[in-house]
Design a protein around this ligand. Structure first.
Ligand SMILES: *[C@@H]1O[C@H](CO)[C@@H](O)[C@H](O)[C@H]1NC(C)=O
Ligand SMILES: *[C@@H]1O[C@H](CO)[C@@H](O)[C@H](O)[C@H]1NC(C)=O
Ligand SMILES: *[C@@H]1O[C@H](CO)[C@@H](O)[C@H](O)[C@H]1NC(C)=O
Ligand SMILES: *[C@@H]1O[C@H](CO)[C@@H](O)[C@H](O)[C@H]1NC(C)=O
Ligand SMILES: *[C@@H]1O[C@H](CO)[C@@H](O)[C@H](O)[C@H]1NC(C)=O
Length: 527
């Protein structure tokens, strides 16, 4: 089960859209990776290594390829528009054995607060380099500030935080970790967003704004004035190793008397951890690298998560969540085209609450989902995170045993046929009193497939249909190209109606934002 789940998490991440972007290394001179200790193999060790490798790799390869082999039986569900499957699985990067990204360690720093170079003082300069510099120079990175900040403040970092090639799942966990920190009266020391396959570390503030990444926390109901989040460089400064209490999640949970692996009710898990992390004498706490994550996939893809929502979604980390100026720029650059809006329409400021009337956004997962759906079915998983919320009209939680009827229902949600999607889209338009006119299709399918889908929608009377691969969507800088998945989430959040794939983390992040914005749950649909 564990293997299935961690495998699952990797495949989920693989499907995030960042993986094929032309990424270069973050130009960040003062951040270095933890040095890997040099390994000396005696020739005997090398032999053992090869034997172990030969014994483990073939079964692993077989296991990994299973979903793709078996996915042939999905033939029933391939497009009525074309005979061949709609997209191929790109598996040139087999998942790694390890879920974790090594901790990111910064060089020792001076006691003085870092300053911003002349180039980067212009806040509209959004190179990754400048974003990093400004992140370091945040006002809370100052040891002389009074409690609850500064050298007497209380801090926590999650060194086991999930990192793989995409961003969507990382966002879910980091918001929950930030929420837990706040509930425990600790400043959250956030980490970079990590991309395993490229080795790239992007400063978190390149993607998001708001309290998780150091903006003031306006809610004072818990613990009085809260401490702002800090970055890893400051964490290393304010919490030298001899003052850090290192917590192993396995042993701590055993002491709390609760089980991991998604077996504990989410709200109870949070209460237990808040109690554990609130000890006054422990000024600095690090959740250890390579111990299970508190909010891991066994909980995120699990109805036990739902009990966390009522408090979590009212917290500053969700309520005051905003994208970064960089994402906003990439979005502003494309939204007219994506949503078929006239040039005269003015993009609202970052953080404004609005709806793109007349727009339906649909998320169509193809490609990797062919194999992914099988993994999900085998692992018995329900919808992803907040897609499970019972107020959503199409929420799906698998409770029935593995019957053919249940499987048919499952496949409709995970890999709906084009006919089923067309029917759902038509129904969505009817339900809106024919106020929906335009479509944006966020998808990982191939161009040919999307064009065909588009033609069929136009025949069905839609005024305009734009999709992910339409010519006209542009990310003019490398920095903006990092943001394509966030731009999709943002437009899904703003649409009058959104139809997503309930198993997708891109969908559930958009759902989280729509609900937080106060949009009617009836406008959030799943295949
Ligand atoms: C698969 O992904 C790799 C790395 O992103 C890329 O270099 C390669 O061209 C892709 N292959 C296909 C068939 O898309
Ligand atoms: C420490 O401060 C000195 C002088 O202010 C500066 O030259 C040096 O680059 C700083 N080191 C770091 C790691 O910031
Ligand atoms: C923006 O910052 C970069 C450094 O990352 C610098 O090379 C460039 O000149 C700056 N651009 C402007 C317009 O200041
Ligand atoms: C955490 O504790 C468990 C159980 O005692 C142990 O097996 C594991 O090795 C520990 N992990 C680390 C990283 O120390
Ligand atoms: C956002 O706008 C909608 C509709 O105008 C409104 O119902 C909702 O309460 C607003 N949400 C917030 C958080 O202000």
């Amino acid at each position: 089960m564990d293997t299935a789940r961690s495998l699952l998490s990797r495949i989920t991440e693989k499907s995030n859209q960042n993986e094929h972007l032309p990424l270069t290394n973050a130009q960040n001179p003062d951040v270095i990776d933890l040095p890997v200790p040099a390994q000396k193999h005696s020739s005997r060790k090398i032999w053992i290594f090869w034997i172990v490798l030969c014994l483990t790799i073939p079964p692993l390869v077989l296991y990994l390829s299973l979903p793709f082999i078996r996915s042939d039986t999905f033939r029933n569900f391939t497009s009525p528009f074309q005979s061949k499957p709609s997209a191929t699985v790109n598996d040139t990067h087999p998942p790694d054995i390890d879920d974790y990204i090594p901790p990111h360690v910064t060089v020792p720093i001076n006691q003085t607060r870092p300053s911003v170079s002349k180039d980067c003082q212009d806040l509209t300069n959004l190179t990754v380099y400048c974003i990093r510099e400004r992140e370091h120079a945040a006002p809370q990175h100052d040891l002389d500030l009074p409690y609850p900040e500064g050298r007497t403040g209380r801090y926590i970092t999650f060194n086991n935080q999930f990192g793989l090639i995409g961003f969507n799942n990382q966002l879910q966990e980091l918001l929950l970790n930030a929420y837990l920190s706040w509930r425990s009266g600790r400043s959250y020391a956030f980490r970079d967003v990590s991309f395993r396959y490229t080795g790239l570390h992007v400063p978190l503030s390149a993607y998001i704004g708001g309290p998780s990444v150091g903006e003031p926390i306006l809610d004072t109901t818990i613990h009085g004035p809260p401490a702002r989040s800090v970055d890893q460089q400051y964490w290393h400064q304010v919490c030298p190793p001899d003052e850090v209490v290192y917590l192993n999640v396995t042993t701590e949970q055993a002491e709390m008397g609760i089980e991991g692996d998604g077996k504990t009710e989410g709200s109870l898990l949070v209460e237990k951890w808040v109690e554990r992390l609130s000890r006054k004498e422990e000024r600095c706490v690090e959740i250890m690298f390579k111990t299970p994550r508190i909010f891991d996939f066994t909980l995120l893809d699990n109805p036990h998560l739902i009990s966390i929502w009522p408090e979590f979604h009212k917290s500053p980390f969700v309520r005051d969540f905003i994208w970064s100026p960089l994402v906003h720029r990439a979005y502003s650059h494309n939204v007219h085209f994506m949503a078929s809006l006239p040039d005269s329409w003015k993009v609202p400021e970052l953080g404004e609450n609005y709806t793109l009337e007349g727009l339906l956004v649909i998320a169509v997962r193809r490609g990797d989902y062919k194999g992914h759906c099988y993994l999900l079915w085998d692992a018995g998983l329900p919808f992803n995170t907040w897609d499970m919320l019972p107020e959503l009209p199409d929420a799906y939680i698998r409770d029935a045993p593995d019957s053919p009827a249940e499987k048919a229902k499952f496949v409709k949600h995970c890999w709906p046929s084009e006919e089923e999607m067309m029917a759902k889209i038509r129904k969505g338009r009817e339900d809106s009193g024919d106020t929906l006119k335009r479509i944006f299709m966020a998808s990982n399918a191939e161009l040919e497939y999307l064009e065909e889908f588009r033609e069929n929608l136009l025949k069905d009377g839609w005024e305009s249909v734009v999709h992910t691969l339409s010519k006209g969507i542009e990310f003019p800088t490398e920095e903006e190209a990092l943001c394509d998945a966030m731009v999709d989430m943002e437009i899904a959040r703003r649409a009058q109606v959104f139809i997503g794939n309930g198993f997708s983390s891109l969908t559930s992040n958009a759902v989280m934002m729509r609900l937080t914005d106060g949009k009617d749950p009836k406008t959030i649909r799943f295949w």
